[in-house]
Design a protein around this ligand. Structure first.
Ligand code: NAD
Length: 496
């Protein structure tokens, strides 16, 4: 296929607010600027929603809710299936858009398009499997009819690191369940989300079911909407700090909440691991999304007896990776999202080194435009260094060693986060024993990748509440209600 022109792909995106099925300007004509992190240049301007625009979006969602909940499940599912097909057909356009505003390589962006589309297809299939139950009450005097109904209008807030799949993981189940929604994408990456809204409209989503309001005033807009009694749910993906704030605000109106928050994933390599596979998995879990992933391996815990060999192999794997503009097909690793994020990563590395860590590769911020940071491996990282305790969100592997399985588990679990852990061992008993004791919502066992539309993605501890994907994912958007039906008299068998 002939390569696409970036300016054509950007200019094809509607840059208004998407409210009630129409693209419109923000109040007072406010606009916000979207930047390409590989160059620092402006890509586009999009409408910048005010609080009043947010209210209009919620008005539209509320107006559409009753009808939308009554649309037959098969129709809701078919809209999602058509959207899956459209996204898949337009993989190249979406991939380029993601790369331009977020930075990752085109190959990775194509992967994100497929991943996002899978959630639409998966939940399209789930739409027709929403069921209830019928039972005889415990004492026999009633029949219990259980039904599951849409929660109602939802607010979605999503991050910049996966601007297509993070919204798709919420929109898919909400559409399947019959909920309407207001989506506030990250200010850094609104173009991809607007393009997704256009695809859903093209697939037949009725006006008002999905409303999209990018804004530079995230906290004011969301606080306002969370205070509106018509809203029934918030689903948020982002940092734990912001998640805590939103949970407190959601408590005012006792909203349903789903929270996909930060991680601090341990990557454990036991003495009996297949080191080639472990290094493959480490490269995937560390470098995916330029390290800017909630499920990125954050701390490497390697058995003392294999630590040097593992470290050498990982350094070898990271040697020669090409940093560059993600649109260049030769690029392995794109830029970080902005200068603030890059300075944070550089500071974590510098502090780690000052505390005794050794730089095995990388560690120097390159000159020039764009927010690049090189693949970096640190060994001998002290357990109490900030880089071993906080989410790095960059391509830096911080390696520590351990001597026993118990020690590995203790250090892996010594964090308030609990999203994912990775474990490499060839011993089945060890694998199960340790997997059951790792305090995370997901475990990658001899595998550096856990994301899958058919699996329940989510964290425990301060990494979140609820699950996205899998059989349970749709429950986040359904309320269980029941009707107690009087069954007396008579309960006895009727004699004819
Ligand atoms: P962030 O929390 O700063 O921002 C996320 C979203 O929240 C953005 O849309 C932002 O505009 C909005 N926001 C920020 N402050 C807000 C406030 N006070 N009130 C309302 N909205 C607010 O996070 P980020 O830097 O965009 O993303 C990185 C974080 O997201 C990381 O911690 C990462 O682990 C997490 N994340 C988690 C998952 C998951 O599934 N668990 C997936 C991707 C990212």
């Amino acid at each position: 296929m002939a390569s696409l022109d970036p300016s054509d792909v950007v200019s094809a995106v509607d840059t208004g607010l998407f409210i009630g099925g129409r693209w419109r300007a923000a109040a007072h004509g406010r606009r916000l600027s979207v930047e390409n992190p590989a160059t620092g240049a402006q890509l586009a301007e999009v409408a910048d929603a005010t609080i009043d625009d947010g209210t209009l979006a919620l008005d539209a969602a509320c107006a559409a809710q009753r009808h939308w909940a009554s649309v037959p499940p098969r129709q809701r599912g078919e809209i999602l299936r058509r959207a899956y097909d459209l996204l898949t057909e337009r993989t190249e356009q979406f991939a380029l858009l993601i790369t331009l505003e977020m930075g990752k390589s085109l190959a990775e962006s194509r992967g994100e398009v497929a991943y996002a589309a899978n959630y639409l297809r998966w939940f399209g299939e789930e739409a027709v499997r929403i069921d209830g139950s019928w039972k005889v009450s415990e004492d026999g005097t009633a029949r219990v009819l259980v039904m599951r109904q849409p929660v109602g209008p939802c607010l979605f807030i999503t991050p910049w690191n996966a601007p297509l799949s993070m919204p798709a993981r919420k929109i898919g189940p909400a559409i399947a369940a019959g909920c309407t929604m207001v989506l506030k994408p990250a200010a850094q990456t609104p173009l991809t989300t607007n393009a997704l809204a256009a695809v859903l409209a093209e697939a037949g989503l009725p006006d008002g079911v999905l409303n999209v309001v990018p804004t530079s005033e995230a906290s004011a807009l969301s606080e306002h909407l969370l205070g509106d009694e018509r809203l029934r749910k918030i689903s948020f993906t982002g940092s734990t700090a912001v998640g805590r704030l939103l949970l407190a605000q959601a408590a005012q109106n006792v909203l349903r909440t789903s929270m996909e928050l930060g991680g601090n994933a341990p990557f454990i390599v036991c003495h009996d691991a297949d080191l080639e596979r472990a290094v493959d998995g480490a490269a995937t879990a560390k470098l995916r999304n330029i390290g800017e992933a909630c499920i990125a391996a954050n701390r490497f815990h390697v058995h003392r007896s294999v630590a040097e060999e593992f470290t050498d192999k990982l350094v070898e794997r990271m040697t020669g990776l090409r940093l560059g503009d993600g649109t260049d097909p030769d690029t392995d690793l794109g830029p970080l999202i902005d200068s603030r994020q890059r300075s944070r990563v550089a500071q974590l590395v510098d502090e780690g080194v000052a505390a005794g860590a050794r730089v095995r590769i990388g560690g120097e911020t390159p000159q020039g435009p764009g927010y690049f940071y090189p693949p970096t491996v640190l060994s001998d990282v002290p357990a109490d260094a900030r880089i071993a305790r906080e989410e790095i969100f960059g391509p830096v592997a911080a390696i520590q060693t351990f001597s026993s399985d118990e020690e590995a588990l203790a250090v892996a679990n010594d964090t308030e986060f609990g999203l994912v852990s990775y474990l490499y061992t060839r011993d089945l008993d060890r694998a199960l024993w340790m997997s059951e004791r790792l305090e995370t919502g997901m475990v990658g066992l001899n595998r550096g990748y856990v994301s899958d539309a058919s699996a329940p993605f989510g964290g425990v501890k301060q990494s979140g509440v609820g699950r996205e994907g899998g059989r349970s994912g749709i429950n986040e958007y359904l309320e269980e209600r029941y009707i107690a039906i009087q069954a007396t008299p008579p309960l006895e068998t009727v004699e004819s």
